[in-house]
Design a protein around this ligand. Structure first.
Ligand SMILES: [Fe+2]
Ligand SMILES: [Fe+2]
Length: 274
Protein backbone atom coordinates (compact mmCIF):
# COMPACT_ATOMS: atom_id res chain seq x y z
CA UNK A 1 0.00 0.00 0.00
CA UNK A 2 1.31 3.49 -0.80
CA UNK A 3 2.19 5.66 2.19
CA UNK A 4 -0.88 7.26 3.69
CA UNK A 5 -0.85 10.40 5.81
CA UNK A 6 -3.15 11.76 8.48
CA UNK A 7 -2.90 15.17 10.17
CA UNK A 8 -4.03 15.16 13.80
CA UNK A 9 -5.03 18.52 15.28
CA UNK A 10 -6.47 18.98 18.73
CA UNK A 11 -7.60 21.67 21.14
CA UNK A 12 -7.86 24.61 18.78
CA UNK A 13 -9.76 26.59 21.44
CA UNK A 14 -11.06 29.01 18.81
CA UNK A 15 -11.99 32.30 20.40
CA UNK A 16 -9.31 32.23 23.10
CA UNK A 17 -7.44 35.04 21.34
CA UNK A 18 -4.95 32.93 19.46
CA UNK A 19 -6.79 32.18 16.24
CA UNK A 20 -4.37 33.89 13.91
CA UNK A 21 -1.48 31.58 14.84
CA UNK A 22 -3.73 28.59 14.24
CA UNK A 23 -4.79 29.91 10.87
CA UNK A 24 -1.20 30.45 9.83
CA UNK A 25 0.09 27.17 11.25
CA UNK A 26 -2.18 24.39 10.07
CA UNK A 27 -2.33 25.05 6.30
CA UNK A 28 1.46 24.81 6.08
CA UNK A 29 1.35 21.18 7.20
CA UNK A 30 -1.55 20.33 4.92
CA UNK A 31 0.43 21.66 1.94
CA UNK A 32 3.52 19.80 3.01
CA UNK A 33 2.03 16.38 3.79
CA UNK A 34 -1.14 16.27 1.67
CA UNK A 35 -3.02 14.15 4.25
CA UNK A 36 -5.86 11.83 3.26
CA UNK A 37 -7.74 13.02 6.35
CA UNK A 38 -7.53 15.75 8.99
CA UNK A 39 -8.64 14.65 12.45
CA UNK A 40 -9.66 17.25 15.05
CA UNK A 41 -9.88 15.61 18.46
CA UNK A 42 -12.03 18.11 20.33
CA UNK A 43 -11.97 21.52 22.03
CA UNK A 44 -12.45 23.13 18.65
CA UNK A 45 -13.80 26.20 20.47
CA UNK A 46 -12.94 27.87 23.75
CA UNK A 47 -16.40 28.36 25.22
CA UNK A 48 -18.68 26.30 23.00
CA UNK A 49 -20.26 29.47 21.64
CA UNK A 50 -22.06 29.36 18.34
CA UNK A 51 -19.74 31.87 16.66
CA UNK A 52 -16.60 30.14 17.95
CA UNK A 53 -17.69 26.71 16.78
CA UNK A 54 -18.78 28.14 13.43
CA UNK A 55 -15.42 29.82 12.85
CA UNK A 56 -13.42 26.78 13.97
CA UNK A 57 -15.48 24.49 11.75
CA UNK A 58 -15.18 26.78 8.72
CA UNK A 59 -11.44 26.94 9.23
CA UNK A 60 -11.12 23.13 9.43
CA UNK A 61 -13.27 22.58 6.35
CA UNK A 62 -11.26 25.18 4.47
CA UNK A 63 -8.04 23.22 4.91
CA UNK A 64 -8.94 21.05 1.90
CA UNK A 65 -8.86 17.36 2.90
CA UNK A 66 -11.87 15.64 4.48
CA UNK A 67 -12.15 16.40 8.21
CA UNK A 68 -13.31 14.15 11.03
CA UNK A 69 -14.13 16.21 14.14
CA UNK A 70 -15.34 15.21 17.58
CA UNK A 71 -16.33 17.41 20.53
CA UNK A 72 -14.23 18.21 23.56
CA UNK A 73 -15.36 19.46 26.96
CA UNK A 74 -14.99 23.07 25.71
CA UNK A 75 -17.39 22.52 22.82
CA UNK A 76 -20.55 22.56 24.93
CA UNK A 77 -22.21 25.69 26.36
CA UNK A 78 -20.46 27.25 29.30
CA UNK A 79 -23.65 28.44 30.89
CA UNK A 80 -26.54 26.70 32.62
CA UNK A 81 -29.01 25.29 31.79
CA UNK A 82 -27.86 25.18 28.14
CA UNK A 83 -24.96 23.00 29.21
CA UNK A 84 -27.42 20.20 29.91
CA UNK A 85 -30.43 20.97 27.76
CA UNK A 86 -28.59 21.49 24.47
CA UNK A 87 -25.05 20.33 25.15
CA UNK A 88 -24.19 19.23 21.60
CA UNK A 89 -26.63 21.30 19.56
CA UNK A 90 -24.07 23.71 18.12
CA UNK A 91 -21.55 20.96 17.51
CA UNK A 92 -24.12 18.87 15.67
CA UNK A 93 -25.24 21.89 13.69
CA UNK A 94 -21.70 22.09 12.33
CA UNK A 95 -20.77 18.40 12.08
CA UNK A 96 -24.12 16.55 12.12
CA UNK A 97 -22.93 13.98 14.64
CA UNK A 98 -20.63 13.75 17.66
CA UNK A 99 -19.56 10.23 16.64
CA UNK A 100 -18.52 10.36 12.97
CA UNK A 101 -16.94 7.60 10.89
CA UNK A 102 -14.54 8.01 7.97
CA UNK A 103 -14.01 4.94 5.85
CA UNK A 104 -11.85 4.44 2.77
CA UNK A 105 -10.17 1.29 1.40
CA UNK A 106 -7.00 2.19 3.30
CA UNK A 107 -8.21 4.07 6.37
CA UNK A 108 -11.10 3.53 8.80
CA UNK A 109 -11.58 6.10 11.56
CA UNK A 110 -14.27 6.21 14.25
CA UNK A 111 -14.89 9.22 16.48
CA UNK A 112 -16.13 8.77 20.06
CA UNK A 113 -17.82 11.43 22.18
CA UNK A 114 -16.19 11.28 25.63
CA UNK A 115 -17.69 14.56 26.90
CA UNK A 116 -19.93 14.38 29.96
CA UNK A 117 -21.78 17.68 30.38
CA UNK A 118 -22.21 17.27 34.13
CA UNK A 119 -18.48 16.95 34.65
CA UNK A 120 -16.51 19.80 33.25
CA UNK A 121 -13.11 18.17 32.93
CA UNK A 122 -13.24 14.40 33.15
CA UNK A 123 -14.63 12.28 30.35
CA UNK A 124 -16.11 8.85 29.88
CA UNK A 125 -17.40 6.34 27.35
CA UNK A 126 -20.59 4.49 28.30
CA UNK A 127 -20.81 0.72 27.97
CA UNK A 128 -23.29 0.81 25.08
CA UNK A 129 -21.22 3.44 23.34
CA UNK A 130 -18.11 1.29 23.65
CA UNK A 131 -19.94 -1.78 22.35
CA UNK A 132 -21.07 0.24 19.36
CA UNK A 133 -17.52 1.52 18.89
CA UNK A 134 -16.32 -2.08 18.65
CA UNK A 135 -18.90 -2.84 15.96
CA UNK A 136 -17.94 0.31 14.12
CA UNK A 137 -14.25 -0.63 14.19
CA UNK A 138 -15.01 -4.14 12.98
CA UNK A 139 -16.87 -2.72 10.00
CA UNK A 140 -13.52 -1.60 8.52
CA UNK A 141 -12.62 -2.89 5.10
CA UNK A 142 -10.10 -5.71 4.99
CA UNK A 143 -6.59 -4.33 5.36
CA UNK A 144 -7.67 -0.78 6.26
CA UNK A 145 -5.73 0.96 9.04
CA UNK A 146 -8.11 1.37 11.98
CA UNK A 147 -8.16 4.48 14.15
CA UNK A 148 -10.30 5.41 17.16
CA UNK A 149 -10.47 9.06 18.30
CA UNK A 150 -11.74 10.51 21.56
CA UNK A 151 -11.03 13.79 23.33
CA UNK A 152 -9.97 12.53 26.75
CA UNK A 153 -6.58 10.90 27.09
CA UNK A 154 -5.89 7.21 27.65
CA UNK A 155 -2.27 7.56 28.70
CA UNK A 156 -0.98 10.01 31.25
CA UNK A 157 0.52 13.39 30.60
CA UNK A 158 4.34 13.56 30.54
CA UNK A 159 4.27 16.84 32.48
CA UNK A 160 2.18 17.22 35.60
CA UNK A 161 -1.49 17.70 34.92
CA UNK A 162 -4.59 17.67 37.08
CA UNK A 163 -6.62 16.30 34.21
CA UNK A 164 -7.75 12.75 34.71
CA UNK A 165 -7.72 10.19 31.90
CA UNK A 166 -11.00 8.96 30.48
CA UNK A 167 -12.99 7.01 33.08
CA UNK A 168 -12.27 3.25 33.18
CA UNK A 169 -9.41 3.85 30.85
CA UNK A 170 -7.95 0.32 31.05
CA UNK A 171 -11.30 -1.11 30.08
CA UNK A 172 -11.77 1.38 27.24
CA UNK A 173 -8.26 0.71 25.94
CA UNK A 174 -8.60 -3.08 26.10
CA UNK A 175 -11.96 -3.02 24.32
CA UNK A 176 -10.72 -0.77 21.53
CA UNK A 177 -7.64 -2.96 21.10
CA UNK A 178 -9.79 -6.12 20.98
CA UNK A 179 -11.94 -4.55 18.30
CA UNK A 180 -8.88 -4.07 16.13
CA UNK A 181 -7.80 -0.45 16.64
CA UNK A 182 -4.29 0.14 15.29
CA UNK A 183 -4.06 3.72 16.55
CA UNK A 184 -5.97 5.48 19.34
CA UNK A 185 -5.95 9.28 19.37
CA UNK A 186 -6.83 11.93 21.92
CA UNK A 187 -6.09 15.47 23.04
CA UNK A 188 -7.28 17.41 26.12
CA UNK A 189 -3.98 17.59 28.05
CA UNK A 190 -2.26 19.97 25.60
CA UNK A 191 0.87 17.84 25.74
CA UNK A 192 2.14 15.32 23.22
CA UNK A 193 2.47 11.73 24.41
CA UNK A 194 2.90 8.62 22.28
CA UNK A 195 3.29 5.02 23.37
CA UNK A 196 2.98 1.53 21.90
CA UNK A 197 1.08 -0.97 24.05
CA UNK A 198 4.15 -3.21 24.47
CA UNK A 199 5.90 -0.27 26.12
CA UNK A 200 3.49 -0.49 29.06
CA UNK A 201 1.81 -3.92 28.92
CA UNK A 202 3.46 -7.20 29.75
CA UNK A 203 3.92 -8.98 26.45
CA UNK A 204 2.91 -12.62 26.27
CA UNK A 205 4.15 -12.81 22.69
CA UNK A 206 2.46 -12.23 19.39
CA UNK A 207 0.48 -9.11 20.31
CA UNK A 208 -0.57 -6.83 17.51
CA UNK A 209 1.01 -3.39 17.65
CA UNK A 210 -1.31 -0.62 18.86
CA UNK A 211 -0.16 2.97 19.31
CA UNK A 212 -1.83 5.44 21.66
CA UNK A 213 -1.14 9.03 20.65
CA UNK A 214 -2.07 12.40 22.11
CA UNK A 215 -1.46 15.59 20.16
CA UNK A 216 -0.56 18.81 21.94
CA UNK A 217 -2.97 21.69 21.42
CA UNK A 218 -3.00 23.64 18.18
CA UNK A 219 -4.40 26.54 20.16
CA UNK A 220 -2.68 27.77 23.28
CA UNK A 221 -5.36 29.30 25.50
CA UNK A 222 -3.09 29.44 28.56
CA UNK A 223 0.30 30.42 27.09
CA UNK A 224 1.91 30.96 30.47
CA UNK A 225 1.02 27.56 31.82
CA UNK A 226 3.98 25.21 31.93
CA UNK A 227 3.34 21.85 30.38
CA UNK A 228 0.94 23.09 27.72
CA UNK A 229 2.77 23.01 24.45
CA UNK A 230 1.49 23.99 21.03
CA UNK A 231 1.87 21.19 18.54
CA UNK A 232 0.36 18.73 16.08
CA UNK A 233 0.97 15.18 14.92
CA UNK A 234 1.38 13.81 11.43
CA UNK A 235 1.02 10.05 10.98
CA UNK A 236 2.59 8.25 8.04
CA UNK A 237 1.35 4.73 7.57
CA UNK A 238 2.71 2.07 5.26
CA UNK A 239 2.71 -1.75 5.24
CA UNK A 240 5.58 -2.13 7.67
CA UNK A 241 5.30 0.71 10.12
CA UNK A 242 3.61 3.76 11.53
CA UNK A 243 5.63 6.94 11.79
CA UNK A 244 4.55 9.66 14.18
CA UNK A 245 5.95 13.13 13.49
CA UNK A 246 5.58 15.54 16.38
CA UNK A 247 5.71 19.22 15.40
CA UNK A 248 6.00 21.98 17.98
CA UNK A 249 5.44 25.65 17.24
CA UNK A 250 8.48 27.87 17.75
CA UNK A 251 7.38 31.52 17.68
CA UNK A 252 6.68 31.78 13.94
CA UNK A 253 7.11 28.30 12.48
CA UNK A 254 6.87 24.59 13.10
CA UNK A 255 9.86 22.66 14.39
CA UNK A 256 10.02 18.90 13.93
CA UNK A 257 10.58 17.78 17.51
CA UNK A 258 10.32 13.99 17.31
CA UNK A 259 9.94 11.21 14.78
CA UNK A 260 8.88 7.92 16.23
CA UNK A 261 8.57 4.71 14.26
CA UNK A 262 6.42 1.80 15.41
CA UNK A 263 5.99 -1.65 13.88
CA UNK A 264 2.70 -2.64 12.32
CA UNK A 265 1.56 -6.17 12.98
CA UNK A 266 3.02 -8.61 15.47
CA UNK A 267 6.75 -8.48 14.82
CA UNK A 268 9.12 -5.96 16.39
CA UNK A 269 10.87 -3.44 14.17
CA UNK A 270 13.87 -4.72 12.32
CA UNK A 271 16.96 -2.90 13.53
CA UNK A 272 20.62 -3.14 12.81
CA UNK A 273 23.60 -1.19 14.11
CA UNK A 274 24.38 1.95 12.14
FE1 LIG B 1 -8.29 21.75 25.53
FE1 LIG C 1 -10.37 19.38 26.86
Amino acid sequence: MPTMRVLHLSDLHYGAGDDEAIERGAPVLVDRFDPELVIASGDLSHRGRQDQLARASAFLRGLGPPVLAIPGNHDIPYTFPARFTRAFREFERQWETTEPTFSSPTLHVIGLNSVRPWRHQSGGIRGAQLARAQERLRAAREGAFRVAVLHHHLISAPWRSRKKPVARRNHVLVELVHAGADLILAGHIHQAAVSERREFEISTGGERGVVVSIAAGLGQPRPKRHGEARGVHVYEIDDACLRVHTFAWHRTDWGLTAERRFPRGREPLFSEPA
